[in-house]
Ligand binder design. Structure first.
Ligand code: CUA
Length: 338
């Protein structure tokens, strides 16, 4: 193992995965993002030159033809018809520039869309909901929410293909350091692929206004070394404990199953089979509650179950109006879902 790889290994293992909270399109960590950065640079370069030339000419004109002492204010400026050469030039040059930008963009879009999947391809079905992300791994019978785990592309042949769908309105998948946006559209299936080249947690969000809580439809892309991803997916495929040993947890499970929670949430291996809300089978393995609204901890989870409208007004999870004792039971059950 080369020295830098060993150091990177040490770092990710000593401190957990590095977090990339600043979503910077100019620091791509995936092939599509990298290809798109080149167009962004080219477009910014060309439009930057246009800005300097046009802005410079305006400043020059304002300065050069300003009113000077001794000007006769009653005299009209000379009236000129115009210049055919200049008008043809400022029509033809912008058209050429636009065609160059269209051509370059079309080439990159085609190259990204026509790329054929490498051998070791992971398939993920991503479904947009108001206001959370359903993440399904069809090959592993795994469902989770708001955190997408994928293996890092360490060998140059590992990619993840995303199948994007929506159950209600149009959402848009965007992890800026990984790839451009792709919409999740009802009654339509979109596809995209990513191949993150660096382990870490990359932050993203919904990029299409989809209702009140659009801004709280956050997303984490957890890029892991292949062996860690394999361990994660194997763990996620496990059903929840059907008969918890801990009496407090067992009591909480009974309470949870007696409430309307089970109409919307699934806990694999139990009678909770709802599909409207996020799958809770491994709830505690996630870092946040409510698609990034609150960090996952005991107090936040309790506050959330008590009244989700407090942290995320307008979301479709109602307050169940539980007593303190019922709340404690439900939360102790949820906290057993690891
Ligand atoms: Cu979903 Cu904006």
């Amino acid at each position: 193992m080369p020295m830098y790889a060993f150091l990177a290994w040490l770092q990710t293992h000593a401190e957990g995965l590095p977090e990339h909270r600043i979503a910077n399109i100019f620091e791509p960590r995936s092939t599509p993002g990298d290809m798109e950065r080149h167009i962004a640079n080219l477009t910014l370069g060309i439009t930057g030159i246009i800005f300097v030339v046009v802005g410079g000419l305006i400043v020059y004109t304002i300065w050069r033809f300003r009113r000077k002492p001794g000007d006769d204010s009653r005299q009209e400026p000379p009236q000129v018809y115009g210049s055919n050469q200049i008008e043809i030039a400022w029509t033809v040059i912008p058209i050429l520039i636009v065609f160059i930008l269209i051509g370059v963009s079309a080439r990159v879009i085609a190259a990204i869309q026509n790329a054929s999947p490498p051998h070791s391809t992971l398939k993920i079905r991503l479904i947009g909901h108001q206001w959370w992300w359903e993440v399904e791994y069809p090959d592993f019978k795994v469902k989770t929410a708001n955190e997408i785990h994928v293996p890092v592309n360490a060998d140059g042949h590992t990619a993840t293909y995303l199948q994007l769908e929506s159950l209600d309105v149009i959402h848009s998948f965007w992890v800026p350091q990984i790839a451009g946006k792709t919409d999740l559209i009802p009654n339509r299936v979109n596809y995209m692929w990513i191949d993150p080249k660096e382990a870490g947690i990359f932050f993203g969000n919904c990029a299409e206004y989809c209702g009140t809580q659009h801004a709280n439809m956050l997303l984490r892309l957890v890029v892991q070394p292949q062996n860690e991803f394999n361990a994660w997916v194997a763990q996620q495929a496990q059903p929840a404990e059907a008969n918890p040993v801990d009496p407090g947890v067992a009591q909480g499970k009974n309470m949870f199953e007696s409430l309307a929670c089970v109409n919307c949430h699934r806990v694999q291996g139990t009678t909770a089979t709802g599909v409207f809300g996020p799958d809770l089978t491994h709830l505690m393995s996630r870092q946040t509650i409510g698609a990034g609204v609150l960090p996952m901890n005991h107090q936040n989870l309790r506050d959330w179950v008590n009244d989700p409208q407090n942290a995320k007004p307008g979301c479709f999870m109602p307050s169940m109006k539980l007593t303190d004792a019922e709340l404690d039971q439900v939360v102790s059950y949820l906290e057993s879902l690891r």
